[in-house]
Design a protein around this ligand. Sequence first.
Ligand code: ADP
Length: 243
Amino acid sequence: MSDETIDAGRADVAHGSGLKHLRLSRVRRDEKIKLGSGAACVAHAPSHDVLLAATATLLMKLTALQDTFHADGRRALLLVLQGRDASGKDGVIRTVYGAFNPTGVTVASFGPPTKLELEHDFLWRVHQLVPKLGMIGVFNRSHYEDVLAVRVRELAPESVWRPRYDQINAFEKLLHEQGVIVRKCMLHVSRDEQRDRLNERMDDPRKNWKFRVDDLEDRARWDPYTAAYREALERCSTKWAPW
Ligand code: ADP
């Protein structure tokens, strides 16, 4: 299955499922990105029932496509998921990856690097978790944290993180040339919606486990994160690995 087949399939399923208001926007390289409040998207969103029905249809298609992809074995697919705290990364993985046969799927989550990982280049830990041919992998956070968290929390000087945009583009090109289809999604959540979701995590005992004090610290750095996300989306949306 080629990149083009996957992208054409993506457009088809969106149109064929009644999701005509769903925006699947692809970022062009160096395009100026606006990360607004998100309210405009919500105003045109399909109803919950339409979304549920459409999702069920899409998941059935994905189940069938995965069998073909796995049997073909010539490509791997890597979905990079980025988003602020409470943007819904875990929920997407649970729902979408639940459609797949678990033997054909890998999920990797990236937290703060360990001492050993810090003794290597920033892509060392990432490269090992790229899915092999025939597999569909998802990164829950990724090497993009090295130009997001590292930049915003000043964990390394600019002279270290600034060259990483080019390094990331070169790394993703290598993967592409090796048969890995790389697609990247940023889950955009508005500041108000994040506040509501974080409050729910604090108030609802069933969700307490998801809450971390660090989430509030990152929330306080909303604008620097917006700037960092914008630059990552603008500089790293390539033909071979688009956002
Ligand atoms: P999540 O918030 O995604 O549910 P965690 O609670 O485990 O998962 O948080 C992961 C944390 O690890 C995030 O705050 C993220 O910014 C941080 N992190 C991930 N990669 C790096 C990195 N390379 N350098 C610094 N922090 C990182």
